[in-house]
Write a protein that binds this ligand. Structure first.
Ligand SMILES: Cc1ncc(C[n+]2csc(CCOP(=O)(O)OP(=O)(O)O)c2C)c(N)n1
Ligand SMILES: [Mg+2]
Length: 888
């Protein structure tokens, strides 16, 4: 009897439990649920709180008598699994012997092997001609195990494994983690930046449903599996989207969370219980929660636990202590865990210490794992999360099993390798174990035949990335014609031009259906309401209510086959949709074309890691940074005004970044994107900033298309020929208009000839120039090539001024190829809430400052009188002692 438990209490407990047993036996689980809910209601009347919603006892959700029979050969599967475990360990250990510090993880896969193997042998279907297959996100740090399996399957060679983490070896090697960019036939999704796999898989599951609802894809029972870590669930992105999955009842989605109770430094919840915590959170979000806490070894004990003391004890012990049991041995477990109650001690009287130490956790028992997976794939009406209890570094023994150092363990000494070999029965003789060689059973061995047969039953191997999209012809020029013509006197913003173009593309017979507009609750900000009516907002349920604005032309129109993914305020979720849509060409063989329109400040800065993941995934599509620029976005101030997204865009090699001014530039760039990404099937992403400042959109001058795409062209040459003083003014975004004003001032007031160049992309100019220089350096005996920017400015005897709504480092990135004195103007400093005019004065990027910068450079070059800049400061009403915006 537990301390403090009176005889009366004990009898009362027995009576209540027996009545419940009776109700269950005679009337079934529904009636039990009903009774419990009535009791709860009653208790809450007295103000009694009955535990956290959604928490169930710390035992398996599926009781033994509901377990299906195991459909495979457990003995063979165990042998296969052991071989894979060995090779996974060997590849990390060998890599670190070859090059100390090269890294790699043994303990993550060691804890997850059974979770993966049951899935590989019985669940994960491959994509082939006759089935869509399942879509799987593999926990990044478990990569050695996935490679090891592919090696045993015969898909990877010993060389590949040998050169794990040494990809640059001439004979090739394997990347540390899942990267589709590096293994485009193997990995489908990059997962190793923690938290991204959970959110990407949720939106993938939703996107699959979107494709079906829009009749772009045949309905199927395809599942999305995501294998995740328990520590990983602390990332805000991991749990941030689970309510969407619950709300949308995504029963095509299965999370498998490997709860080994440890992360990198130590326990995930030493003083708590991560499985219970996650259960509450997921249950609250409407998920089907399946806990796999204990293995079959515990079933006999739990059967004998009539008065629930064992279950109670299981629920009491914190995770840190469970971790201690993994390393402390049977004697300690007997005293510390069972010793709390005489009845518990009695229960395990016949168990030796060794037997107690070997009572496995649920995630190491294929029977329990299979039961959970089967229940998950058969479950209808909500997503499923499987919370599987395991031990980190399982099988490593002294070398790291359950130890806090285990995550970083990359080396095994001879004794440890011997023990590992023996524990998993690998037929390598003692004398050779030290070498930790890879091991593969012969092809006609029982286990190899079984393994191959299981995979062929499931349709082939996984992971595999099969890219099967067809080229889509670029829409004809006449669709873009109105943008080339200009706005004919009307003042419009480039955002409006973009929305108009998008709406035309959505109407296009060829590609209209493939376009996926994605917006995180900013459609009205960008003037996109008209699209609500035109193509509808996607909702699996359609519209179950009468929208308040039904009478208006632009009402909030939700439709089952709506095209717009209106994500609500989640740039991360919207980006996850972009990734799903942008990689659908590989996942589903459907070339959807995402346009993700967002507040530019909340793009690269906020969700840069997801944009990076999109690049790794080889997603294609358009990222549209709306209301961009630090002085163009009037009034919004410090938090909203983006002066640096174009800088972050430099970090992604396959991403093109444009900051156009005019509608025709935008149209040329978007048409080029459609052509390169969808007709030529290049793996690019286009980032384009658009603005909300109104001005007239001119007609496209002749011969500028190439320049627009290459990053710059001369928009307006000076008419002035009779002067020595010449300036080239480079402008981007709406600051180009300031350069045009400065051109007039320079010519009319100061007798300076000025050409105005529209710089649509510093990134393009920079990339071209560095590539050209590199080529020249490596080919010294060939005629040197000339960077495009140098070509543009060849023969110019002039000064150069570049102004943009971004930091000066943007134009400065091409400074070394500018053949003359060069001044850069930009928006260093935090944003301010004010109008455009005041902001451009404050940041020193308006026509006055462009004029002054040109005159100052010309004076230094001796092309104008030395006192002209001072005169200009007075003329232009510039305060020379004004505050430097970068200092405040
Ligand atoms: C965003 C991010 N932060 C940090 C890391 C470094 N990191 C790699 S594995 C790991 C611990 C993982 O713990 P868990 O999710 O519990 O997985 P386990 O290895 O225990 O299965 C950390 C912190 C990362 N990969 N991504
Ligand atoms: Mg963990």
């Amino acid at each position: 009897m537990e301390k403090g438990e009176s005889k009366f209490v004990k009898i009362e407990n027995i009576e209540w439990i027996e009545s419940l047993d009776n109700v269950f036996q005679n009337e079934g689980p529904e009636r039990v649920r009903d009774l419990l809910s009535q009791l709860q209601t009653r208790a809450s009347k007295y103000g009694v709180k009955t535990g956290r919603a959604g928490t169930t006892p710390y035992i398996n959700t599926i009781p033994p008598d509901e377990q299906p029979p195991y459909p495979g050969n457990l003995e063979l599967e165990k042998r296969i699994s052991n071989v894979i475990r060995w090779n996974a360990m060997a590849m990390v250990v060998r890599a670190n012997r070859a090059e100390s510090g090269i890294g790699g993880h043994i303990s993550t896969y060691a804890s997850a092997a059974t979770l993966f193997e049951v899935a590989f042998n019985h669940f994960l279907r491959a994509k082939n001609e006759s089935q869509p297959g399942d879509v799987t996100y593999f926990q990044g740090h478990a990569a050695p195990g996935i490679y090891a399996r592919a090696f045993v399957e015969g898909r990877l060679s010993g060389f590949d494994l040998e050169n794990f983490r040494r990809e640059l070896k001439p004979e090739g090697g394997l990347p540390s983690y899942p990267h589709p960019r590096l293994m485009p036939d193997f990995w489908q999704f990059p997962t190793v930046s923690m938290g991204l796999a959970p959110i990407m898989s949720i939106y993938q599951a939703r996107f699959n449903r979107y494709l079906e609802d829009r009749e772009l894809k045949k309905a199927s029972d395809q599942k999305i599996w995501a294998f995740l870590g328990d520590g990983e669930m602390d990332e805000p992105e991991s749990l941030g989207a689970i309510s969407l999955a619950g709300r949308e009842k995504l029963d095509n989605l299965i999370f498998v969370i490997n709860c080994n109770l440890q992360r990198l430094d130590g326990p995930v919840r030493g003083n708590g219980k991560i499985i219970q915590e996650l259960e509450t959170v997921f249950a609250g979000a409407g998920w089907n929660v399946i806990k796999v806490v204990w293995s079959s070894d515990w079933d006999p004990l739990l059967m004998r636990d009539k008065d629930g003391i064992l279950v109670k004890r299981m629920g009491q012990v914190p995770d840190g202590q469970l971790q201690k049991y993994a390393v402390a041995g049977g004697d300690y477990i007997r005293q510390d865990f069972f010793g709390k109650d005489e009845r518990l001690l009695e229960m395990v009287k016949s168990y030796s210490d060794e037997q107690l130490a070997k009572l496995r956790r649920g995630g190491h028992d294929p029977i329990k794992v299979y039961a959970a997976y089967k229940a998950a794939v058969e479950h209808k009406g909500s997503p499923t999360v499987i919370l599987a209890h395991t031990i980190k570094g399982y099988g490593l023994g002294e070398a790291g099993e359950g130890r806090n150092i285990t995550h970083q363990q990359k080396k095994l000494n001879e004794q440890e390798a011997l023990e590992y070999r023996s524990r998993f029965g690998i037929p390598i003789p003692d004398g050779e174990v030290q070498e930790v060689l890879f091991y593969k059973p012969v092809d006609d061995s029982e286990e190899m035949k079984y393994l191959q047969q299981r995979r062929s039953q499931l349709g082939g191997y996984v992971p595999a990335r099969v890219s099967g999209s067809e080229s889509i012809p670029t829409p004809p020029e006449d669709l873009f014609e109105e943008f080339y013509k200009g706005s004919e006197g009307r003042e419009v913003a480039s955002t409006m031009a973009f929305v108009r173009l998008l709406s035309k593309l959505l109407r296009d017979e060829q590609i209209g259906k493939l376009i996926v507009p994605i917006v995180p609750d900013e459609a009205r900000t960008f003037g996109m309401e008209s699209l609500f009516r035109q193509v509808g907002i996607y909702s699996h349920l359609g519209q179950l209510y009468e929208p308040v604005d039904k009478d208006s032309l632009l009402y909030y129109n939700e439709q089952k086959d709506g095209a717009i993914l209106e994500e609500g305020i989640t740039e991360a979720g919207a980006m996850a949709s972009f990734i799903a849509a942008g990689s659908a060409y590989a996942t589903h063989g459907i070339n959807t074309i995402p346009f993700f329109i967002f507040y530019s400040m909340f793009g690269f800065q906020r969700i840069g890691d997801l944009i990076w993941a999109a690049s790794d995934t080889q997603a294609r599509g358009f990222l549209i940074g709306g209301v961009s620029g630090r002085t163009t976005l009037a009034g919004e101030g410090l938090q909203h005004q983006d002066g640096h997204s174009h800088h972050i865009a430099y970090t992604m090699p396959n991403l093109k970044a444009y900051d156009p001014t005019f509608a025709y530039e935008l149209a040329v760039i978007i048409r080029d994107g459609l052509c390169r990404m969808y007709e030529k099937q290049e793996n690019l992403i286009y980032y384009i900033t658009v603005m909300n400042e109104f001005y007239e959109m001119p007609a496209m001058p002749d011969g500028v298309r190439e320049g627009i795409l290459k990053g710059m062209y001369r928009y307006k040459a000076s008419d002035k020929k009779d002067t020595q003083a010449k300036a080239n003014l480079m402008g981007s975004g709406s600051i180009l208009n300031e350069a045009l004003k400065a051109q007039k001032i320079l010519e009319s007031r100061y007798d300076v000839a000025a050409d105005v160049w529209s710089v649509t992309s510093y990134k393009e100019l920079y990339s071209d120039a560095v590539e050209t220089e590199r080529w020249n350096m490596l080919h010294p005996d060939e005629t040197p090539r000339i960077p495009y920017i140098s070509e543009c400015f060849q023969g110019q005897e002039a000064v150069f001024v570049a102004a943009s709504d971004y930091l000066k480092t943007l134009p400065c990135s091409v400074g070394k190829w500018i053949p003359g004195r060069f001044a850069a103007l930009g928006t260093e400093g935090y944003g301010r809430s004010d109008g455009r005019e005041a902001l451009r004065d404050y940041f020193e990027v308006d026509a006055r400052f462009i004029t002054l910068a040109a005159l100052h450079s010309l004076a230094l070059d001796g092309k104008v009188e030395p006192d002209l800049p001072k005169k200009a400061i007075e003329d232009l009403d510039i305060d020379p002692d004004k505050i430097n915006p970068v200092t405040v």
